[in-house]
Write a protein that binds this ligand. Structure first.
Ligand code: AMP
Length: 441
């Protein structure tokens, strides 16, 4: 038997409904904040990622899935979405129509990390990016939007961790101060950090190796080196978050694993999975659009880790699988033909109805209905045909209702409309009602 490769997973029915729910909750909220959906390829030229994410980052150094295409071009499976969205913004000259663009996308990312709990080699992100707004209002607004999403999903113990990474004005001085600090501590650093302490010293700040953490005690803080503009920006972000009641804390070691960030960097953390873990991370990257060949455009974005979010939400939302509202148990070919017509009619009316298609007896059809978790069962055999009515049984209360054959489907549509019991979310109900009201959508 051929099995999955290491570090990837199937999202099976039962779980996939939860993923659809998360995607739906995120996209509807983001769209209310003015974001538009964009779909980008999962493959790009390797150069796009190495230039934007940075040559000396973990992702580019050791985690990218890169291969030579048949023509010799180097291609990489995207390890994140920001670079591709920036490429698209520039390539399609979106700025020429309207410099302010708010875009979001959902999809798989690929990083060859060591597989462990909650870390996959193909994982999924909900990613949102805003171009053309330099104001700290936007930094606080997207953190507010993220927190709103988590609170709607009942992920309640969230906190935003914030830092400012400065700008090309103030960061170089901080980098050299940090390098000097690290030079005196080379021997205590892990191998990766020894290599980085010169070229990319910021990365040493968030190294998780205990020896490095200890060595970093007393390291200079970027917050103390910010230029007045960056300081004002950072203070304004914190002020707006406070006004909006968003819980946050400053983490002077938060640098994030990508080189393109400037000013605000943040992560949303929760303890719901045991240890502290980040469900989302993002930041401002005011220089990236220009660096990749576009006009000088400020930008900010974030990515939510869907795998982690799904794990957390599953803890309290339970089973998401959709169960039939009605199972029609038909006996004999005439009844089966009628049931077939009804099931198809009901399915097109937005009702989840099922039937047996294998000529099973009543007992085994009832078992099938039970296994599928049908909320109601209608039995139709020769005697029901002769009497001109069907019995509908509510499987929870055992109550039975007799309904005339001619008006059966109308009865079911009226009875179940707006009462879509098998779907757990109100949004799903609203969604299917809207679909019924606008069938062409
Ligand atoms: P990043 O793009 O590294 O800033 O990550 C943003 C979010 O994506 C993180 O907070 C994680 O929740 C999630 N994430 C990143 N890498 C992985 C991975 N290998 N497996 C699962 N989730 C991941």
């Amino acid at each position: 038997m051929i099995q999955l490769i290491r570090g990837v997973k199937d999202i099976l029915p039962g779980d996939a409904e939860l993923w659809q729910y998360l995607e739906h909750q995120a996209s509807s909220l983001f769209e209310d904040f003015g974001f538009k959906n964009i779909r980008i390829p999962i493959m790009e030229r390797t150069e796009l990622f190495s230039r934007s994410i940075g040559e000396q980052t973990d992702i580019v150094e050791k985690e990218m899935y890169t291969f030579a295409d048949r023509g010799g071009d180097m291609i990489t499976l995207r390890p994140e979405a920001t670079a591709s969205i920036v490429r698209s913004y520039i390539q399609h000259r979106m700025y020429a129509v309207e410099p302010v663009q708010k875009l979001y996308t959902v999809g798989p990312m690929f990083r060859r990390e060591r597989p462990q709990k909650g870390r996959y080699r193909q994982f999924y992100q909900i990613d949102a990016e805003v171009f053309g707004v330099a104001s700290p209002l936007m930094d606080s607004q997207i953190i507010f939007m993220l927190m709103t999403l988590f609170s709607r999903l009942k992920v309640t113990d969230c906190i935003a961790r914030l830092n400012s990474l400065g700008c090309p004005e103030c960061r170089p001085a901080f980098k050299s101060a940090l390098s000097a600090f690290l030079a005196a501590r080379q021997a205590s650093l892990c191998e990766d950090c020894q290599r980085r302490s010169d070229k990319n010293p910021l990365r040493v700040l968030d190294c998780k190796v205990p020896a490095c953490r200890q060595a970093m005690d007393g390291a200079p803080s970027i917050a103390d080196s910010l230029c007045p503009e960056c300081r004002r920006h950072f203070d304004a972000v914190m002020q707006h978050l406070t006004l909006m009641g968003i819980p946050f804390e400053i983490d002077k070691n938060l640098v994030r694993g990508l080189d393109y960030y400037t000013r605000t960097a943040f992560e949303i953390q929760t303890t719901l999975l045991g240890a502290q873990s980040a469900v989302a991370g993002g930041g401002r990257y005011d220089g990236l659009v220009k660096m990749l060949g576009g006009p000088d455009t400020p930008a900010i974005g974030f990515a939510i880790g869907m795998d982690r979010l799904a794990e957390i939400v599953a803890l309290h939302l339970g089973d998401f699988s959709r169960r039939p509202q009605l199972f029609i148990a038909a006996l004999g070919s005439a009844c089966q033909t009628l049931a077939f017509e009804w099931v198809n009619r009901l399915n097109t009316e937005g009702i989840y109805a099922e039937m047996d298609m294998a000529d099973r007896g009543l007992k085994s059809q009832m078992k099938q209905a039970d296994r599928q978790g049908a909320a109601h069962v209608a039995i139709i055999g020769d005697s029901e045909m002769a009497a001109g009515q069907v019995l509908i049984r509510d499987m929870a209360t055992r109550e039975q209702t007799a309904v005339p054959l001619e008006t059966f489907t109308e009865y079911i549509v009226t009875r179940f409309d707006g009462l879509v019991k098998s779907r757990i979310s109100d949004d799903f109900v609203k969604c299917s009602q809207a679909r019924r009201a606008n069938p062409e959508e």
